[in-house]
Ligand binder design. Structure first.
Ligand code: NAD
Ligand code: AHE
Ligand code: ZN
Length: 374
């Protein structure tokens, strides 16, 4: 079949809207009509050329929602007409990682996914006979896409596509980092670095978890008001203080010894210097710092080992530690029940033809989430 898609032809170039060829689903695969997709900073990261796994030409996008329109042989868990959210972290429930119960990082199809291919090693997308790569197993910047059955979560059909698509990455990553990875307790203190589409969801996760003090850190002052909407109690702009680590340690001083430091800190910037700051303002003895941001090829994190010797823990999280087929439908239900907010964070709705505007808005710091509605 033919489908309209935004194609990333080369690193650093705007996406090109084209009609591309899409083969139907093979064994264990489903064809999904994507109804809406968010634009995440990770799409921008890959398009910029900074992603070591970035391949071109490709169809990017990994934050979608849509409807199953066809299924290949052997598919049992979803059927035509089901509403689904594509999963860049699938859940096969059979691989050693899924069975371990210690991680959400299913390994069933990770190697082919990283090569921009379906599990059988081929691509379903092409143009004029030339292969186009899939992206993060999702390619939601195409009106129709093919996914393995283990990489879709069946969700409440009453939920609107143009908001729940954000659960496909940003919402789940932010809230999941708090609940699944950090396991934040009631009364905790926390600092969140980077108040974009991910950081604001960390903030709403912290509020859900009952954190007392939620410090937001961003170099853009406009983010103060945004953070406050979702539960932030204090704001720090590193440009307006001499030392952001000292500032947070000072804000969190408590107890007889007056030792400061946050119980939990989160990097939602992808900047390795910020990751160090986040670790170093975690509390001596027990503070945990969670890396969510994705850093470019060749970049490395650094700190004095003493920071870890004295009891801080450095952790990372992908997709908020969520097991997609199990957890994503629950998060959609939380949204439908009003337990979490999504609508105010979707600042822009665009057509596929306007998709490059979504990247411009992100670069200018003017959007929280732009969503393309097909
Ligand atoms: P975004 O562009 O919406 O937000 C980034 C925010 O960081 C902006 O508000 C920006 O002003 C702020 N910022 C930039 N430099 C800063 C600094 N030095 N100090 C403090 N704040 C600073 O991006 P997003 O969509 O929220 O994504 C954030 C990061 O998370 C990206 O690196 C993205 O690739 C990554 N990500 C990771 C996962 C995962 O599963 N681990 C999932 C989604 C996104
Ligand atoms: N391809 C990059 C890694 C990018 C990365 O870490 N991606 C996150 C999701 S970001 C979503 O917005 C992830 O899920 N990582 C786990 C995985 O298996 O990719 C690189 O450095 O090669
Ligand atoms: Zn993402």
């Amino acid at each position: 079949m033919k489908t309209r898609a935004a194609v990333a032809t080369a690193a650093g170039k705007p996406l090109e809207i084209m009609e591309v060829d899409l083969e139907g689903p093979r064994e264990g695969e489903v064809l999904v009509e994507v109804k809406a997709t968010g634009i995440c900073h990770t799409d921008e990261f890959t398009l910029s050329g900074a992603d070591p796994e970035g391949l071109f030409p490709a169809i990017l996008g990994h934050e979608g929602a849509g409807v199953v329109v066809d299924v290949g042989p052997g598919v049992t868990s979803v059927k035509k007409g089901d509403h689904v959210i594509p999963l860049y972290t699938p859940e096969c429930r059979q691989c050693p990682s899924c069975l371990s119960r210690k991680t959400n990082l299913c390994t069933a199809i990770r190697s082919t996914q990283g090569q921009g291919l379906m599990p059988d090693g081929s691509s379903r997308f092409s143009i004029g006979g030339e292969k186009l790569f899939h992206y993060m197993g999702c390619s939601t910047f195409s009106n129709f896409t093919v996914l393995p059955e283990i990489a879709v979560a069946k969700v409440n059909p009453d939920a609107p596509f143009d908001t729940i698509c954000y659960i496909g990455c940003g919402v789940t990553t932010g809230i999941g980092a708090v609940i699944n990875t950090a396991k934040v307790e009631i009364g905790s203190t926390a600092a969140v670095f980077g108040l974009g589409g991910i950081g604001l969801n960390v903030i709403q996760g912290l509020r859900l978890a009952g954190a007392d003090m939620i410090i937001g850190v961003d170099i853009n002052d406009d983010k103060k008001e945004w953070g406050e909407k979702f539960g932030m109690t204090h704001f720090v702009n590193p440009k307006n203080c001499e030392n952001v680590v000292a500032e947070i340690v000072n804000l969190t001083k408590r107890g007889a010894d007056q030792i400061g430091g946050a119980d939990y800190t989160f990097d939602c910037t992808g900047n390795v210097k910020v990751m160090r700051q986040a670790l170093e303002c975690a509390h001596r003895g027990w503070g945990e710092s969670i890396i969510i941001g994705v850093a470019g090829a060749g970049q490395e994190i650094a700190t004095r080992p003493f920071q870890l010797v004295t009891g801080r823990t450095w952790k990372g999280t992908a997709f908020g530690g969520a097991r997609g087929r199990t957890d994503v439908p629950k998060i959609v239900d939380w949204y439908m029940e009003g337990k979490i907010q999504i609508d105010p964070m979707i600042t822009h709705k665009l057509s596929l033809d306007e998709i490059n505007k979504g990247f411009d808005l992100m670069h200018a710091g003017e959007s929280i989430r732009s969503v393309v509605v097909y």
